[in-house]
Every structure is written in C-alpha cells, then in structure tokens.
Design a protein around this ligand. Structure first.
Ligand SMILES: NC(=O)C1=CN([C@@H]2O[C@H](COP(=O)(O)OP(=O)(O)OC[C@H]3O[C@@H](n4cnc5c(N)ncnc54)[C@H](O)[C@@H]3O)[C@@H](O)[C@H]2O)[C@@H](O)CC1
Ligand SMILES: [K+]
Length: 463
C-alpha cells in the first residue's frame, strides 16, 4: 500500500494504455485482475478483523476485481456475501465470477454488512448509477463500520473530479496501479476517504504527479542573509496582508525580507520596512518580488504592478495584482526573462483565463502555457502547472485554511523558496504549497492567518 505523495496520476485513457502495454509484455487482463483482487483482499482481510464482508460487484472489470476479492476473502475464512448489478459483461469479469462459488444476491434489497467493498464501477463509468444501484450503495456504505472503494468510489468520473450523481463518502479507496485525477480533484476526492495505491505490476508514468515533500536543504556553512534569498513584498492599500506575506516569507526560510509598504500593521522586527519606491525594485539582491497581497486596485496599485512587471527579478503575482492583469500586462508576463508564478483561486482564475473546459488540471496547464508562467490554481485541490511542463496536485488540505489571509501567507512562502532558487520556479511553487499545507496540518484547527504564518517556522524546520 503506497500513500499518495509523489506518485504519478493517470487518466482512464492512460490506464487503458498502460494496461495494454503490460499485456504486450505478456500479462493478461485476467492476470492483472487476479493481482488487483488479491491485493485488495489482503488489505480488507487485515482491516476487517474477522467481521463479515459484503462485496458489491458491477458488470465490468471493476466488478471482476470484486469477485476475486470475495473468493480470496472466503478462502481466508471470512464470512463474505456478494451482491451484483447483474451478470458480468467482460470475459475477464465472467472468468472471475466463475471463481466465486457462493450465491450472488440482487442489489435492490441487499442487507448491509460491517465491512463494505464497492466494486460496482471503476474507470469505465461514464454516467450516473441507476437508482437501484445508487440507493443500495448509499444504504450499505451508511450502515457499514468500514467502507472500502475498489479503484474509485462508484459514481465518480475518473478524470475530472466530477460526481455523476449522489456518491457516499468512503473510509478508504484502494486504487489499482496508479492514482487517478479524481482521487485528488474535488468534489470526487471528498468521497474517497484515505487513498492508498496498490501495486498490480504495471509501470505507471506521468508528468502529472501528486505533490511530494520537497527537498529543501538547510542553510550551508557559508550561508548569509542574501545567499539564502532576499524577498521584497510590494504593499498597498491594505498593509496587513502584505505584512502577513512578509512574515510568511521570513519564516519559510528567506534570509532577508523587505516590506515596501506605508503605514499600518505590526510585523516581526526582523522585517525591514520602507515606503514603496520604484527604485527599490532595482536592487540586484532581490531574489523574488511578491506583489498582490493587500495591493488594492486603484491607480497607485496599477502603477506599482507595472513597476514590478518591469523589474528584473522573479515575481510572485497574487490577489489584487491578478485582478489588474489585463491583456497588455499578461503579454508583459509572457515576455519577461525572469520567472513568474501566479497564484489564483478559482474566482481569480476564471476572471483571468475564462471558465474554460476540461478538468482543473487541463485548465491550469492551458493557463500556464498561455501566460508563460507557473500557475498555482488554488483551492481544496491545488493544481500547480508549469508552461509546457509538469503538473503537481496537492490533495485536500486542512479545511480551516478557509480564512482570510491564508492566501497572502502562501504567496510569501512561495516567494521565499523562489528567492533561494530563482531558476526553478515550478519546484519553488510546489515547495511553497507544501510548506503552507504542512504549517496548517501542524496547527490543526480554528487558527487565523497570523498563526499559520508563524507555523511556517516549524514546517520549514521539518525539512
Ligand atoms: N486498467 C487496468 O490496468 C486494470 C483495471 N482493472 C479494473 O477494471 C476497471 C475498469 O474496468 P471497465 O473498463 O470494465 O470499467 P468498469 O468496471 O468501471 O465498468 C464499465 C462497465 O460498466 C458499463 N457502464 C458504464 N457506466 C454505467 C452505468 N452508469 N450504469 C451501468 N453500466 C455502466 C460499461 O458499459 C461497462 O460494461 C478498473 O477500474 C479496475 O477496477 C483491474 O481489473 C486490473 C487492471
Ligand atoms: K468502485
């Protein structure tokens, strides 16, 4: 059982191609199904602790996996019942069905069991479950002590996080061979519970992966404040937001943080404050410039953004600055020599790039290509995309992050990493997202953005 972090993510089509490649190398659908079913059964056997199991089987190969699971669990001595949508359709599923010697109940009035295994549908589902299957699944999941989905919770699309209909929330999803986008994209991800990947002997590869713990080294013996990275934050109408970004940058490992803002909020004494001036942006020691948190949207904000776009250093563009990016400024972003990272939430993303089509992954990729910038498309599922490059998905983080100012903290964290590695903006964005999520994980619940910024110290120290 492999946890999700740092693993490839494959769409349904990519899984089919990978399966076909394995078959070219000598595997069969039946051998893959046997391996998948036994891997699932081994986990269920461990977690069931002897309790009775109900396996729900669909008509395709997901159902086939289910019959293998049922037979393996019965052979191991568990009390197992099977209920199915009907007869299996594929050859491999028919063969698997033949290996189950017990009765097969119908779904309509099936009685629940303490352990529920959902093998109704996996990557082949293209529409909502019919009402009988949907009702039976909902009822049996609700009544179970432990509910386990095979590959995906039945009723979710594989590639874009969409729910085809009502889908109950599972405790555990055991995905076969590789993670799929819907294990991380919302709302489907919220139905998966814990997700673990089971090895079925296929070689899954993708440029789209789950976010991994970054490899940020501690400062070396020769380090000084400028070598660790100098971050400048351009403030504006709401100085508190810029101060939050500044504190986040400092606590994420920046050696020097310069807050270019007038008036207002308290910040750690270690932050150097100066009023904004265009000349300040020409300091060659600045490793990353963060603009947007608390910038405002007035004429002065526009002028500051234009100065930032013309500055020679890498840029993090967030918040209000994203709202000010018209076509002319987007062209300036594209033409810059130094890197740009943009951190829109969904409202900012739609305003900038349009509602678009496809999954959140497709949209983030298209936006990165269009802007020539690394895009951090934020939310309960955060997608990080580099232009013509790789993509990383961060799973659902701490829901208490839904409070004002946490985006400012993220911009500062990303700015800190970017200042230390200006030539690797995609990796810097990934590391910033990881640090932010780790800080939130560490402080738990009911925190405010100031607490989150402070917790970055411990998150950074943990690397
Ligand atoms: N890809 C791989 O490498 C492997 C896949 N396996 C399993 O195979 C699954 C994919 O199998 P399939 O492609 O057969 O797909 P599914 O088992 O997900 O179901 C597809 C079947 O259901 C029908 N169907 C689709 N939507 C329906 C709906 N709403 N109501 C009723 N019927 C519907 C389809 O016509 C098809 O017969 C995976 O999720 C996984 O569990 C494993 O057996 C082994 C290896
Ligand atoms: K399933």
């Amino acid at each position: 059982m492999t946890p999700l972090a740092g693993q490839p993510i494959l769409t349904a089509g990519e899984m089919r191609a990978t399966e076909a490649a394995a078959i070219d190398r000598g595997a069969t659908v039946d051998s893959l199904m046997a391996r998948a079913g036994h891997a699932v059964a081994a986990v269920v056997l461990r977690l069931a602790s002897g309790s009775p199991v109900l396996v729900l089987c669909g008509p395709g190969n997901n159902g086939g996996d289910g019959y293998v699971v049922a037979a393996a669990l019965a052979a191991a001595g568990l009390a197992v019942r099977v209920a199915a949508t009907g007869a299996p359709m594929s050859d491999a599923a028919k063969n698997a069905r033949a290996g189950w010697t017990g009765p097969v109940e119908t779904l309509a009035d099936v009685a629940p069991a303490p352990i529920l295994v959902d093998a109704l549908f996996g990557t082949g589902l293209s529409r909502a479950l019919d009402s009988t299957a949907s009702a039976a699944l909902g009822r049996c999941v609700a009544a179970a002590r432990l509910s386990i989905a095979v590959d995906l919770p039945s009723g979710v699309a594989t590639d874009d996080g969409v729910l085809f209909g009502m889908v109950p929330a599972f405790d555990l999803t055991l995905t076969l061979g590789a993670a799929k986008p819907s294990h991380l994209l919302q709302p489907a991800a919220s139905r998966c519970g814990q997700v673990r990947i089971l090895d079925i002997g296929i070689a899954a590869e993708s440029s789209v992966e789950t976010l991994a713990r970054p490899g940020l080294p501690p400062p070396g013996p020769q380090a000084h404040k400028y070598s660790r990275g100098m971050v400048a934050i351009v403030g504006g109408a709401m100085p508190g937001a810029a101060a939050l970004a500044a504190e986040a940058a400092l606590r994420s490992g920046a050696g020097y943080v310069l807050l270019l803002a007038e008036g207002g909020a308290q910040a750690p004494h270690a932050i150097v404050r100066r009023p904004f001036s265009p000349e300040a942006l020409n300091d060659k020691r600045i490793g990353a410039l963060v603009i947007g948190p608390g910038l405002g949207r007035d004429a002065e904000a526009e002028a500051r953004l234009d100065h930032a776009l013309g500055a020679p250093c890498p840029l993090v563009i967030d918040g209000d600055a994203l709202h000010l990016l018209d076509d002319r400024r987007l062209a300036l972003v594209r033409d810059r020599d130094a890197a740009v990272i943009m951190t829109p939430h969904s409202g900012e993303f739609d305003a900038l790039f349009g509602a678009g089509t496809g999954s959140k992954i497709d949209r983030a990729r298209a936006a990165a290509d269009r802007a020539g910038a690394t895009i951090v498309f934020k939310g309960a599922d955060t997608v990080i995309a580099a232009p013509q490059g790789p993509v990383r998905l961060a799973g659902a983080g701490n829901p208490w992050l839904s409070t004002a100012g946490t985006g400012d903290v993220l911009a500062g964290a990303i700015g800190a990493v970017l200042a230390g590695q200006p030539e690797a903006p995609f990796e810097a964005a990934c590391a910033g997202v990881w640090l932010h999520a780790e800080a939130a994980r560490r402080i738990g619940a009911a925190f405010i953005a100031d607490d989150l910024a402070r917790a970055l110290t411990a998150a950074r120290a943990s690397l």
